[in-house]
Design a protein around this ligand. Sequence first.
Ligand code: GLA
Length: 391
Amino acid sequence: MLKEMRNTFTKIFGTAYEPEKFFAPGRVNLIGEHTDHEGGFVFPCAINLGIYALAAKRDDKILRLYSMNFDEGIFTPFEINIDEIKNKIDIRTWVNYPLGVVNILKNHGYKLNYGADILYNGNLPGGAGLSSSAAIEVLTGKIFSELFNLNIDGVSMAKFSQEAENNFVGMNCGIMDQFAVSMGRKDHAVLLNCSTLEYSYAPLNLENYKIVITNSNVPHSLAGSEYNLRRQQCEEALADINKIKKISCLCGLNQNELDEYSYCVKNPVNLRRAHHAVSENARAIRASQALKSGDLKTFGRLMNASHVSLRDDYQVTVPELDTLASLAWEFPGVIGSRMTGGGFGGCTVSIVESEKVNDFIEKIGAGYEKLTNRKASFYCIETSDGAKKIL
Ligand code: GLA
């Protein structure tokens, strides 16, 4: 991949400079879904599918960007003067993610006196809920940090990238994706408390099991989906409860407390959303403990329960994701399976006995096609470190 990128770099930018190499992973969330924006726990890991970049400094203020994934057939890079980056643009919309990050860095007072030529190419399926947006954001931040010695630490990088997505791209996401992409560690999952940003790494001792991601190939469109509406419903539930009991976020409540204050929540749909956030938060904590103590069975059951809650209370699954999860639950070598990411399409994550992975792919693939007329894609992934410069 990098060799082909090197040739393309010369073709597109025609520059004499030798570019530096970077990689940012995608992420898969094992459990703790839709809890990040409610101040709860998430438990994702960075994966070995991601986005690579070749980048070279310039000695003027021009930023040139080209994606081998999105710009096929266009032979010129997108070009802009760093000082002119202010708002989202309507053409080549993928560039809004890197532009957003550059803009946020400027807003935070980083003096960007020079531009860069950046070529991106990834093997992370876009629109699959594996955080291609967070990957390109954190990757761009990392490139600027390294090329211009900005010394931005990983947690700040995650925060800046989230800010870019919230305020420049206009997607009201939580911090999980950017955090996992920036701070991930090979062979570990990250247990992150999204209200304090305290985090710890849990070794992923999956013994003779593998993480298999199944793409429903129903493209998920978070910005266009009901993601923001779900957040709003949670906010309404919190505001109702706050009239009687002061708490800063829904995940500040445990299940008993939510039951006790449930009468305050006026809209029954909002109460279901709150119920998901609170129960999922408890599951994320329990699941991370189960994994630490080697209790994979409990871990798997909690994953299954997470899917049910996302299906029935939070209502962010689609029939295709439910079909994939149900097929996986019936498969003898699976200990747990659930939708992962924002929902409304995208992927499931399953923990599958290593020896049965091929059989899983064959059987689930066939069952899925029969029931939905769609083809699924499968990725048997490894975990990875967070965004980095490749030496
Ligand atoms: C998307 C968002 C994250 C998180 C998940 C759901 O991936 O970007 O912040 O809310 O959905 O857990």
